[in-house]
Design a protein around this ligand. Structure first.
Ligand SMILES: *Cc1c(COP(=O)(O)O)cnc(C)c1O
Length: 401
């Protein structure tokens, strides 16, 4: 695309420059596979550099395919640098291992993605790194928990399962003020941006240091590949992540990279389509007499709706329904079992809609204000009317039919 031309994210991802083999410029970039590459002579072997992408030295250090995908994910996120890892969860671990040392403290939102907390409770704790959980809806609580040993603050917008939308600029500002008041090693912020996907809002414009994504979800869109990314704007922070990434040996396979490259041109369209269907279903669910609350950041009354309305322009394919407390877990399980288009499963943003019941008090340190059972719905690419009809037929279990 010509210099100085501005276009929407979709258009930029589709017209993203790559270097084709001479005389073979095609729509899709090539898939290059290598455990190693050849050097012409010993001087080249000693001098070739991969860290700035000026050369290829070793399969794990990158191929034309992974470099292209890294550049496109950096574009998607509005950042400058990207590292790819074999899953979204591996991206969480990479950030933790690159930023934390024995004696350091980590702060994680209480409604964070569960396996992020599990890595902190098991591996990080065993390595002498302690973790505390802050109330993501209360920046003053984050400020209270910061100590001179704090080195990393995770952010998530909205929180997993319960979908509270935090005041991200206020949380980032708490960390910025702590950094300017202290001359120790800085505290970094890392956003789990799997929900926003680089589309709902621009993470770096809100001031975060790192934006991590499960490419498994929206960027792939196919529900057939696992991959994660960590994007930064700061070159020094990127080098820190890159060196830890290299020492861990976290490469991604070329065929997997190809699947994500195939998903990217349609990511913005899929996001918009799934957003539209999700809002329609969430609104419909809110009217149902069986339902006590519907959690979705774009619904007025959902926790943090005002923050979402101020900071984001779109919403992902997730909503959660809290059922009336008198409908106990067995009836909720029967409702989920009766759904036909919504399949039971966890990893969302693929073509097929999913649902799963969650025991929220069991996954939160802090009190949860609802007594009823929660079901999280992840909306796929099916027609909204068909999905609504599916929810409606399964609701018959509540009236004994
Ligand atoms: C799915 C998910 C991850 C992890 O992704 P995997 O590729 O399945 O490991 C991390 N964070 C959030 C918010 C997710 O939804």
């Amino acid at each position: 695309m010509g210099q100085g031309m501005t276009a929407s994210l979709s258009t930029r991802l589709i017209h993203h420059a790559y270097t084709p083999p001479a005389g073979f410029e095609a729509v899709a970039p090539g898939v290059h596979k290598a455990s190693t590459v050849f050097f012409g002579n010993v001087q080249e072997l000693r001098e070739r550099e991969w860290r700035d992408k000026s050369g290829y030295t070793y399969g794990l250090h990158g191929t034309p395919t992974t470099f292209t995908l890294e550049e496109r994910i950096a574009t998607l996120e509005g950042g400058n640098h990207c590292v790819l890892v074999p899953s979204g969860l591996a991206a969480v671990g990479l950030v933790d291992m690159a930023c934390l040392r024995q004696g350091d403290e980590l702060l994680v939102p209480d409604n964070a993605y569960g396996p992020n907390k599990a890595f902190a409770e098991h591996e990080l704790r065993a390595w002498g790194i302690s973790t505390r959980y802050y109330d993501p809806m209360d920046p003053a609580d984050l400020a209270r928990l910061i100590t001179p040993a704090t080195r990393l603050v995770w952010l998530e917008a909205p929180g997993s399962i319960t979908l509270e939308y935090p005041d991200l600029p206020a949380l980032v500002d708490v960390v910025r003020r702590a950094n300017s008041a202290c001359t120790a090693r800085p505290i970094f912020t890392a956003l789990d941006n799997t929900w926003g996907a680089g589309i709902a809002f621009q993470a770096f414009d809100l001031g975060v240091d790192m934006s991590m994504q499960a490419l498994t979800k929206y960027p792939s869109g196919g529900a057939d590949v696992l991959m994660g990314s960590v994007v930064t704007r700061d070159p020094a922070l990127h080098q820190t992540l890159l060196m830890t990434h290299m020492r861990l040996g976290h490469g991604v396979g070329a065929n997997d990279a190809e699947l994500v490259l195939r998903g990217l041109p349609s990511v913005a369209l899929r996001y918009a389509a799934q957003d539209q269907t999700t809002r329609a279903l969430a609104g419909w669910m809110q009217q149902r007499p069986e339902v006590a609350a519907v959690l979705h950041p774009a619904l007025p009354g959902s926790p943090g709706h005002a923050h979402w309305a101020r900071d984001a322009t779109a919403a992902a394919c997730l909503f959660s329904a809290v059922f009336k407390p008198e409908l106990g877990q067995p009836l909720i399980d029967a409702f989920c079992d009766r759904l036909r288009l919504f399949r039971l499963g966890w990893s969302w943003a693929g073509p097929i809609s999913l649902c799963a019941p969650y025991d929220v008090p069991a996954i939160r340190q802090r009190p949860w204000p609802h007594a009823g059972c929660l079901v999280r719905f992840a909306v796929g690419l099916e027609a909204a009317a068909d999905l609504q009809a599916d929810l409606e037929q399964a609701m018959a279990v509540f009236s004994g039919h």
